[in-house]
Design a protein around this ligand. Structure first.
Ligand code: ADP
Ligand code: ADP
Length: 218
């Protein structure tokens, strides 16, 4: 369960996130939708414990990220797929994460398989397309076998085949009881993947609920 309760984040006098509240339940895929600059990344960074909220609280399984007993085993996070170290290979990237998490090395090959990068593990990330970096970021997020996934703009740079693959992966993850929160600035990219939507604009929630209700009324 992800719970965001009255979270506000100010930068000086600028309010990037303005009294935002929503919940993501196990078994669901929630899309966090809004244009660039709306406050999505800031909210996700607060959930990930990378930046503090000015007020309010964001918790995962009832705790602040840093208070989780084994954060990397509870929640998998990908905040910026493009920022992965370009000089490392895909396998090296996963090996470092596996060591940090205390995950057996055999899981590296398994994860490369799961994300469709089995043949690319030996290549440097600097040679990957953005879609491949998204796949590698998702593999890293899944490495600790978490119950919660938080992905910032994972569909960015993915081709239609990648988006279909991600839809299957995330739906499967949720069908097993996992909780998924992913952001996007394009509804068309994530519409088939998400069942709940939280729509944000200029730091404020403008709509939220089941996708079907929001799109078709009722
Ligand atoms: P999104 O992810 O929806 O594109 P962000 O959360 O990245 O939006 O940004 C929301 C707003 O907050 C933007 O106007 C952005 O420029 C601003 N912002 C984000 N981080 C900082 C920061 N460290 N200092 C000042 N302004 C920031
Ligand atoms: P994204 O595009 O992934 O939403 P941004 O490009 O908005 O992220 O932000 C990247 C980094 O720059 C973040 O650490 C964010 O806090 C910082 N940042 C974003 N906007 C500003 C800003 N207006 N002033 C200072 N730092 C910012």
């Amino acid at each position: 369960m992800i719970t965001v309760e009255n979270v506000t984040r100010r930068y000086g006098s600028f309010v990037a996130v303005d009294n935002v509240s929503f919940e993501c339940a196990p078994g669901t895929v929630t899309g966090f939708l809004g244009p660039n600059g709306a406050g999505k990344s800031t909210t996700l960074r607060i959930l990930a414990g990378l930046t503090p909220a000015s007020s309010g609280r964001a918790t995962i399984s009832g705790r602040d990220y840093h208070a989780l007993p084994n954060p990397g085993r509870v929640v998998g996070i990908m905040l910026d797929a493009a920022a992965q170290h370009p000089g490392r290979t895909g396998s090296e990237t996963l090996r470092l994460a596996a060591t940090a998490l205390g995950v057996p090395r055999q899981r590296i090959g398994e994860m490369l398989d799961v994300v469709g990068l089995a043949d690319a593990g030996g290549r440097r990330v600097g040679q990957y397309s953005l879609g491949m970096r998204q796949r590698l970021g998702i593999a890293t997020a899944l490495l600790g076998d978490p119950q919660v996934l938080i992905l910032d703009e994972p569909a960015n740079g993915m081709d239609p085949e990648g988006i279909r693959w991600m839809r299957e992966l995330l739906r499967d993850f949720a069908a097993r009881g996992g909780t998924v929160l992913l952001s996007s600035h394009l509804l068309s990219e994530v519409q088939a993947t998400v069942d709940h939507l939280v729509v944000i604009g200029r730091g404020r929630i403008v709509a939220q609920g089941k996708l079907a209700d929001l799109l078709h009324g009722g």
